[in-house]
Design a protein around this ligand. Structure first.
Ligand code: F6P
Length: 365
């Protein structure tokens, strides 16, 4: 049987455990040995107890748990050649030549580079006597499949990433909770929504919670946003709409057309000074990444995990690495490097403030 290593990397996301569970079970069902690589790339570099064979039992009772039970890290050592050399040595020691990486775009880029570099790493390990020559035949190539685990929904190629739906639930719960106190006191609330430079979470949460205004990075307000916000609220009250509160969602990466950050406290100041409102600020932060996974994320991650194992079984030395994506309601395999490059391009375009191009590229597969 083949040997498959699975690891979670970068920021954790609800649903990662469901993916790990599916990978272990589908892998075992197909006669493979599956290994947990704990603490992300750091565990791969450090080896030792971080690499452990998975059992059916050890993947029980984790589908309902949030975060990632096999640990995650943002690893600096793997960015260095010596770190990747050690990682390759550890994988070869265990005979692992199939990897499933669950993480965001940074983690998946790392996985793809590792795969491309693999033959030269193996050569260097042999030259330095770090592995024996007889190992070469069985580890001449490394197969990689990516799964996107990230609450941000910022990866091009998939309609949803693992964790987004649960994070949205968490935001919704928080907004609903804030609403009761806000309405009681006739107060406004400005909420900062985490999501790096992607506005998906604040946009979706804003629609489902009747927010008065939403600030997202991809569609910065045109002109003077302070005045526009006040005008919008004045018009609403003139039209007879009586509101005991106003909820305003501000993406972590919100900016104006010139690229200046729009922060919750800027919005609070405008509402306090110009609208004479009593306004509080709440930064949701890592609460969004906390708690257990929604049913949707458990199903999505299970389907993606199963497909990842099947993709590994189909892989040949010349098949390009793939990433498992959601297309409508279908689970599909897409070219990992293309998806990563598009995702990076979006970040570049954001930096150049080419917002229309960002929206276009995000919308396309
Ligand atoms: O990518 C997930 C994410 O939670 C982003 O929304 C946020 O900007 C970042 O990670 C926070 O990183 P950390 O957990 O390292 O503080």
């Amino acid at each position: 049987g083949q040997k498959i290593g699975v690891f979670t990397s970068g920021g954790d996301a609800q649903g990662m455990n469901a993916a790990v569970r599916a990978i272990v079970r589908v892998g075992m069902f197909l006669g493979c040995k599956v290994f947990y690589i704990k603490e992300g790339y750091q565990g791969m570099v450090d080896g030792g107890d971080n690499i452990q064979e998975a059992t059916w039992q050890s993947s029980s009772n984790i589908i309902n748990v949030g975060g990632t039970v096999i640990g995650s890290a943002r690893c600096m050592d793997f960015k260095e050649r010596w770190g990747r050399l050690k990682a390759a040595q550890n994988l070869i020691y265990w005979g692992i030549t199939n990897l499933i990486a669950i993480g965001g775009d940074g983690s998946l880029t790392g996985a793809n580079c590792f795969r491309l570099e693999w033959p030269s790493l193996v050569r260097e390990l042999v030259d330095k006597d770090m592995i024996s020559k007889d190992k070469i035949a069985q580890c001449s190539h490394l197969n990689i499949v990516g799964l996107v685990g990230s609450i941000d929904n910022d990866f091009c190629g998939t309609d949803m990433t693992i964790g987004v739906d649960s994070a949205l639930h968490r935001i919704q719960e928080a907004v609903d909770s804030i609403m009761t106190t806000a309405v009681s006191h006739k107060r406004g609330f400005v909420l900062e929504i985490m999501g790096r430079n992607c506005g998906y979470l604040p946009l979706a949460a804003g629609i489902s919670s009747e927010a008065t205004a939403i600030f997202i990075p991809e569609d910065p307000p045109v002109g003077d946003w302070r005045q526009a916000l006040c005008d919008q609220m004045t018009e609403k009250s003139k039209s007879g709409e009586v509101r005991r509160t106003h909820i305003i969602l501000v993406a972590e990466g919100a900016i104006d057309r010139e690229g200046n950050a729009i922060k919750c406290y800027d919005v609070q100041k405008v509402l306090t000074d110009q609208m004479k409102m009593d306004v509080r600020v709440t930064v949701l932060g890592h609460v969004q990444r906390g708690g257990n996974a929604s049913a949707f994320d458990r199903l999505l991650a299970t389907r993606m995990g199963a497909e990842a194992v099947l993709a590994l079984m189909d892989a040949t030395p010349t098949t390009p690495a793939c990433v498992i994506c959601l297309d409508g309601s279908d689970i599909v395999r897409r070219h990992l490097l293309n998806a990563v490059q598009k995702t990076k391009k979006v970040v570049e375009l954001m930096g150049e403030r080419r917002f229309e191009d960002v929206v276009q590229l995000r919308g396309r597969q």
